[in-house]
Design a protein around this ligand. Structure first.
Ligand SMILES: [Zn+2]
Ligand SMILES: [Zn+2]
Length: 104
């Protein structure tokens, strides 16, 4: 999905560091799933304000944690509108003892 203008950015040290820090902050969990009480591993870090050729050199947009959110593949596609939100998905959550359990 990488566009040409962002190709070099996504290979940069500063992005890799910001991405890593966002995943640590989010405990490697998809934040959209977490908001719905679901536990799903994050597979990528998404820019809340989308990167454009105009803002890619602005660290407040490109690498600031406040503009980054860890997401699973499904939620990322939903956020971008690449798939609809009614796709079936794994559902699990924590029980009272902190163990992962299936909801369905
Ligand atoms: Zn998710
Ligand atoms: Zn994204």
């Amino acid at each position: 999905m990488a566009k040409e203008f962002s190709e070099a950015f996504y290979h940069s040290r500063s992005w890799k560091r910001a991405r890593c820090e966002a995943l640590i902050r989010d405990h490697d969990l998809c934040q959209h799933c977490a908001a719905h009480g679901n536990v799903e591993s994050a597979v990528m870090v998404h820019h809340v304000i989308e990167l454009t050729p105009a803002n890619i050199n602005d660290p407040r947009i490109a690498t600031d944690l406040s503009n980054l959110v860890s997401l699973c593949d499904t939620c990322h596609k939903i956020v971008h509108g690449w798939v609809s939100a009614d796709k079936p998905r794994r559902r699990h959550t924590f029980d009272a003892d902190g163990n992962l359990i299936c909801i369905e």
